[in-house]
Ligand binder design. Structure first.
Ligand code: ATP
Ligand code: MG
Length: 195
C-alpha cells in the first residue's frame, strides 16, 4: 500500500491537518494516511501544552470518521525526541510491504534542509508538500538533492494553526469548526488550553 505519514505535534489536531491529509491522499493516490503525533518534537522550543495522552486522544477522535485515516502511535510509544530519520528507518524495517510518503506543510518544506540526516532521509522517502498561509512553497529554493523528492499537492489555503487555537482558548474565544466536533467536545470537557 501507499501510505502517507502526517506527523505533527497536534497540540491540538485541527481542520488544517485533516484537509492537508485528505488533499495529499487524493492528489497522490495514497491508500491510507497515518496521523502520527510526535512525542517530543525536535524543532519546537516549548513542550506541548497538552499531554501525550491528550494529543493522542484528540488525533483518534479527529480521524475516526475517515476510513482512509488512521491514528499511528509509533513515536509516542517509542518516547524521547522524535527524529524523522529514525522513524523512517523504523517504518521501512517494520513495514517492508508499504511505500511511505511524508506529508508536510509549507513551513516544514522550507525547514527540510535543517532536518537531521536529511541526506539519508531523501534516499529513503519522498515528501508531499502543501501550501500554508504565511509560507512560500518554493521548491526551486531547495537544495538540488532535496528538490526532486518533494512533490506538491494542491490544497485550499487554510489559515489555521494549533498556536492560534491555543491563543483563542486562553482568551476565551471560540475554536468551534477550527477543530472537528469530537475534538471540540474533548477540549471543552477537559478544559484544555484555558491558561
Ligand atoms: P503549531 O502552531 O503548534 O506549530 P501547527 O498548526 O503548525 O501547530 P503542527 O502539529 O506543528 O501544527 O503541524 C503538523 C504538520 O501539519 C506540519 O507539516 C505542518 O506544516 C502541517 N500543517 C499544519 N497546519 C496546516 C495548515 N493550516 N495548512 C497546511 N499544512 C498545515
Ligand atoms: Mg507547526
Amino acid at each position: 500500500m501507499r501510505i502517507g505519514i502526517m506527523g505533527g505535534t497536534f497540540d491540538p489536531v485541527h481542520t488544517g491537518h485533516l484537509v492537508a491529509g485528505e488533499c495529499a491522499r487524493a492528489a497522490c493516490g495514497l491508500d491510507e494516511v497515518w496521523f502520527m503525533p510526535a512525542n517530543v518534537p525536535p524543532h519546537k522550543p516549548n513542550a506541548p501544552k497538552a499531554s501525550a495522552e491528550q494529543r493522542w486522544e484528540m488525533v483518534c477522535r479527529a480521524v475516526s470518521d475517515n476510513p482512509a485515516f488512521r491514528p499511528f502511535d509509533h513515536e509516542l510509544r517509542k518516547g524521547g525526541v522524535s527524529y524523522s530519520v529514525d522513524t523512517i528507518r523504523e517504518l521501512k524495517a517494520r513495514y517492508p510491504e508499504h511505500e511511505f510518503h511524508y506529508i508536510i506543510g509549507a513551513d516544514m518544506v522550507e525547514y527540510l534542509p535543517k532536518w537531521r540526516e536529511i541526506g539519508e532521509i531523501m534516499k529513503m522517502i519522498g515528501f508531499i508538500g502543501l501550501q500554508r498561509p504565511g509560507f512560500e512553497l518554493q521548491p526551486e529554493a531547495l537544495p538540488a538533492f532535496i528538490r526532486p523528492g518533494v512533490r506538491l499537492a494542491p490544497m485550499p489555503l487554510l489559515d489555521i494553526s494549533s498556536t492560534d487555537i491555543r491563543t483563542r482558548r486562553r482568551e476565551g474565544r471560540s475554536v468551534r469548526y477550527l477543530v472537528t466536533a469530537p475534538v471540540h467536545d474533548y477540549i471543552e470537557g477537559m478544559g484544555l488550553y484555558e491558561s
